[in-house]
Structure formats: C-alpha cells, structure tokens
Write a protein that binds this ligand. Structure first.
Ligand code: NAD
Length: 371
C-alpha cells in the first residue's frame, strides 16, 4: 500500500488524540494510504522523545521549522496553541505539504486570511479539525436535515459549557493569554458551535454578543504568588441570524459549575426537531411532528447504516470521543487520494473566524454586527 508520512507538531491533548487517530484509522477502515507516524515535534527534547515512545512515532524533533522542510514528509498535523497555526501552516504549504490544523484556524481574521491564501496559492490540500462534525449522531443529523425531514429550520440553540476555570487559583495558562489563544471561550468553544451551526443550518449573517471575564487575574504559574492578567473571555453569549432566515443562540462558558464538556445543540424546524449532547454522544434525539402523542425519540446512532459505524462494532456497541478524530483523518486520507478538498477546510475556518470576530465586535459596540 502507498504510504503517507505524517509529522505532528505539539503532542499534549490534541497530539495524543491525533496520534491515536493516525494509529487506529488503518486498523478499522479501508484507507487509501498507510499513514506512517514519522516524526513528532515539540520544544523539550526529553519530553518529546517520551511522547514519541508513548504514542508510537518513529522519530522526534525539536524544530518545527526544520520538520516542515523535510522532503520525506507529506502531511503536517498542527496540534499547537493558536499563535503557531499561522507560521506552521504557511511554511508547510510553501513546502507543498498537506496541512491539517486544529481549530480555531487562527487567532484573528487577518491570520485566517493569510493561511487560506497560503494553502490556495501553493495548491495544497487543507483541512481543519472540527472533529464534532464526524460524531456519527451529528453526521446523521446532517442527513436528516438535508433530506428535509425537519422542514424549514427556525432555530439553532448551541451550548458549550465547561467549568475548569471556576477555581481562582487555576493559573494563567496559554489559553488565557490573548497573544497565544486569541480569545477564550469564544475561540475555544464557540468556534465548535459555530462550525456545527454552519454545517447543519447554514451561513451566519448577523450577530449580537456579550463577552465577560469573571476573574481578571490569576497566578502567573501554578502555585505562584505573582499574578498575571487574564486577557480573554471566560464566557461568551450570542444571538445569531442565519442567511436562510433561521435564528439562534450560542452560549459558551468555562464557569458552568458541574458541566465538564457539555456540548449540546437543538434545532427546531417546521416538521420536527433534533437535539444532541456530546456527553451522550451516541444518541440523537429526534422529534417528527405526527399528531397526537408524537414525542421525541432517541436514536442510538450505532447502526451499521449510520455514518462511520461500519468501521467499528456490531450495532449497539457504542463509540467515544477519540473515534471522531479517527473519522476526521480517514476523510483527510480519502481527500488526498481523490485530490479533493475535505471539509471543514481553511475556507470554513476563515468564515468561522469572521463570526467569532463579529461576536467580539458586537460585545464592544452593544449592537448587532454583520459577519
Ligand atoms: N478539536 C478539539 O476538540 C480540540 C480540543 C482541544 C484543543 N484543540 C485545539 O488544539 C490546539 C492545541 O491545544 P491542546 O489542548 O492540545 O494544547 P496543549 O497545551 O495540550 O498542547 C499544546 C502542544 O503544543 C506544543 N507547542 C507549543 N509551542 C510549541 C513550539 N514552538 N514548537 C513545537 N510545539 C509547541 C506544546 O509543547 C504542547 O505539546 C489548539 O489550537 C486548541 O484550540 C482542539
């Protein structure tokens, strides 16, 4: 089988998830290429060497600048904080690599534009890792909506709640610095809900928004008495209008006590509704209006005819978070084979970034903003 050599930059949370996906995809799906886990890159020699051993990479490296130039590398997989997405993606595309990048695409609209320009002008395939599109229940929701089963869509209601910042002693990590993360709950969580809203309902045209930071300074490092400013939002709320006339709301927080990764959405249409909650990710709630006594039913989206499930287990044998990344790299490999552009890609990333920027502007102007 033909081989594709992967280089992954960053090896912590997403690096672990992506490593697992590259390792598993060929064991469960018919892949057009054997993905070879060639080299993992980080800054700390000892730690990245350990990561290579733990996750199954053949080599380790400490300079992404050198890795992106290597002749033997086909795909650059970016799993770093947001401020590095632009330089790595631009250099990778100049070296004619396929670029696979974690979300949000960039820290600003301008950066996202530069990234899209780089991949397009260098003619390379690009993909953005909004993995939730490839939860089977979400892909099933997409089919149901596209078939017209919900009729005209009126509402999208997205909620993405976590609580890891409630403790004021939690240090000011990179996710709380504007220079490295761009924004807080907005880029981290709202970007996922915006991606799902665009995927399932359509383009967003106008927004109103509110960004709030509850705890304005935190220990500069774990246990430190030196305080550092929190430069990003702890929570974001927004109202959205879609081009097709639907309306909606997206709320994201890192202060929703008790909620760990509560990524929920509900869509209401003229013929029915559907609802999804990532913490029960194998299930899709579906309501189709059928007169008296019709109500929501729960579909266990594990049937062999449900999206992506034919690669896994017999019906009813549930899958988990990590599988969504396997599905994502599967579609990337297929796109490379067919020389097509997978979705979501950098164009989606730019559109997403424009929605995020409009929400941030609206929070400042206290007025509706056009995307
Ligand atoms: N798809 C999702 O659901 C999802 C979930 C979490 C994070 N993310 C995104 O993934 C990206 C990474 O987030 P994370 O949670 O994995 O962060 P993390 O802090 O767990 O890992 C970041 C990694 O980047 C490495 N890194 C930083 N600077 C580097 C440099 N100069 N050279 C090489 N490596 C460097 C760090 O050493 C670390 O290994 C972010 O863009 C984030 O928004 C996506």
């Amino acid at each position: 089988m033909k081989k594709l050599n992967i280089a992954m930059i960053g090896y912590k949370f997403m690096g672990k998830a992506h490593s697992n996906a590259w390792r598993q995809v060929g064991h469960f799906f018919d892949v057009p290429f054997e993905p070879v886990m060639k080299v993992v890159c980080g800054r700390d020699e000892k730690a990245v060497e350990q990561a290579a051993r733990d996750f199954g990479w053949q080599e380790h490296a400490t300079s992404w600048e050198e890795v992106v130039k290597r002749q033997d590398i086909d795909i650059i997989d970016i799993c770093t904080p947001g401020d590095l997405h632009l330089p790595i993606a631009v250099a990778a595309s100049q070296n004619k690599k396929v670029v696979f990048c974690e979300k949000p695409l960039a820290n600003t609209v301008e950066e996202a534009e530069q990234m899209l320009h780089a991949v397009e002008s260098n003619g390379v395939i690009h993909m953005l890792c909004h993995n939730y599109r490839r939860v089977p229940a979400i892909a099933l929701a997409k089919q149901i909506i596209d078939e017209g089963q919900l009729g005209r869509i009126f509402h999208f209601r997205g909620t993405y709640l976590q609580d890891w910042l409630v403790n004021p002693d939690f240090p000011r990590v990179w996710r709380l610095k504007k220079s490295s993360a761009g924004s807080g709950a907005l880029g981290d969580l709202v970007s996922h809900s915006v991606d799902l809203a665009r995927y399932l309902v359509g383009e967003i045209s106008e927004v109103a928004g509110l960004l709030e930071t509850f705890i304005k300074e935190r220990p500069a490092e774990s246990g430190s008495e030196i305080m550092a400013p929190v430069e990003v939002d702890d929570t974001t709320l927004s109202l959205i209008k879609f081009e097709n006339g639907a309306v909606g709301s997206i709320e994201a927080s890192r202060f929703a006590t008790g909620r760990k990764n509560y990524n929920r959405l509900e869509i209401n249409g003229s013929l029915g509704s559907l609802a999804f909650n990532l913490e029960r990710m194998n299930e899709l709630e579906l309501y189709i209006e059928q007169g008296p006594n019709s109500g929501f039913r729960t579909i266990l989206a594990t049937g062999s005819d449900h999206p992506f499930m034919n690669g896994w287990w017999p019906p009813g044998h549930i899958i988990g978070y990590e599988h969504t990344f396997t599905h994502t790299v599967l579609d990337l490999l297929r796109a490379v084979e067919n020389q097509t552009l997978p979705t979501p890609n950098f164009e989606d990333g730019l559109r997403n970034q424009k929605v995020l920027a409009a929400i941030e502007r609206a929070s400042g102007s206290r007025a509706w903003e056009t995307v």
